[in-house]
Design a protein around this ligand. Structure first.
Ligand code: C2G
Length: 132
């Protein structure tokens, strides 16, 4: 049986920290499914609109060679449903989410990977805005 890995994220202003977590997630199994946060979910979570729209972010993530399937994550509350729908064997998240998804350990393995230091969408937005 192929091992399915699933991960979630906004992946706004796609950067190398995003790429690395996706690469490392893919290396943990045979098939990688990525849930990309809906614009509305992002607004609720972070209080701002993403720079790139949901369909643009989905298109970018889907184009990566290690990604097999993408879908829109509509709500954080639906995580169990998504894990079941995609028959996930492993849930991977960056360690900023450490402990937050442990409850799903009954249906899959839950792995938190270290974040890539010193890069974030917020820092990039600030850097770009301050570049005159
Ligand atoms: N990430 C990372 N290193 C960074 C920045 C991000 O490893 N320097 C990881 C995060 O830990 C996460 C993924 O990249 O696993 C996507 O990050 P975000 O786009 O910030 O995702 P987030 O808004 O946290 O959405 O259901 C969970 C949410 O949808 C996660």
């Amino acid at each position: 049986m192929p091992r399915t890995v699933i991960t979630f994220g906004t992946f706004d202003v796609f950067h190398v920290g995003h790429l690395r977590v996706i690469e490392r997630a893919a290396s943990l199994g045979d098939r990688l499914v990525v849930g990309v946060s809906a614009d509305a979910l992002n607004l609720r979570k972070k209080g701002r609109e993403p720079v790139f729209s949901e369909s643009e972010r989905l298109e970018i993530v889907a184009a990566l060679r290690m990604v097999d399937e993408v879908f829109v994550e509509e709500s954080l509350e639906l995580k169990r449903e998504y894990l079941e729908r995609y028959a996930a064997d492993v849930l991977v998240m960056g360690d900023d989410w450490r402990g937050k998804f442990d409850e799903f350990g009954d249906i899959c393995e839950v792995v938190y990977l270290p974040r890539t230091p010193a890069i974030s969408t917020t820092a990039l937005i600030e850097k770009i805005s301050s570049t005159g």
